[in-house]
Design a protein around this ligand. Sequence first.
Ligand SMILES: [Zn+2]
Length: 329
Amino acid sequence: MSKITSDNSEKMLAVTVNGGARSVQVRKPSAGTGEVVIRVERVGICGTDWAMLNGYSDFRGIIGHEFAGIVIESESAIIAGTRVTASINIPKDIDSALDWKKAKHDPDRTAMGIRGRDGAMAEFVALPENILHKLPDNVDYASGAMAEPLAAALHAVELIPSDADETLIVGDGRLAQLVARGLRYQGIPAAVLGKSLKKMGMMRKSGARIIEDDHAKNGDLFQYIIEASGDEKGIQTAIDLVRPEGTVILKSTMAQLNEIDLSKVVVKEVKLIGSRCGDIAKALRFINSGEIEVNDLISAVYPLKQAARAFEAMKNPDTIKIQLSPHGN
Ligand SMILES: [Zn+2]
């Protein structure tokens, strides 16, 4: 465990929507009632962060919701020195915070780094202790910061029956890779339609069958498709490739949708299911037990002060997950 330092300076580095894809000086947070201050050790950049910098929401604060760190200030049961990550959604009734299904649909919720509350792409973050999850012993900061995206991936996998036929994953990025691992764990055969040879190679290692774009267009249709491509074309591809009365699970949040032809959804009587956040405690158990590996998906780690370079690296089509390290750990 790293040494706890108390930093009394008023300012810290953070990435904010207003500041754009770079780190800027902001006020260091202090703990409100029922809150702890966490020194952020790793924070991942996800598609939602990217979308927010490109106008996906009205949120203007510090972004970042995939993180792990160490509690440095606490008056509560979660004591200083505890290594933690956290759920994203904070319901109005804070006592129900760990009921993650309820929390994510609370109309009055805030969401770390997304809605009404600063996120963790910063040196420090103040959060309610009720949303914290202690990192199990075998979970380091890097993999702890992967618990949130893994939870989101597992939530999509849970929507597919365990005796399903080969399920198509559209996309080969961060979330798609985690979905492939979740499907393999559940014993559901997977096929994948992606773009990057390197990422597809990783998908193959996770047991997924690689299909070519042209082949897919002429080939079999799929009863279940998980769309995790992060782009509009991926949604159309999923609608094109699903069987009549089949199901498409949508994982991508996008700044805008222009031309999706929904007539096929009607004609084929397709079910479209949106899927967002999952159970972080469950994801941490999978990471801790080694049943699902996540660290090999981290393509690069940058210091927080080099956030601009980190966001630039996101544009490389071979990049999977980029993390920022605010304190060099
Ligand atoms: Zn995310």
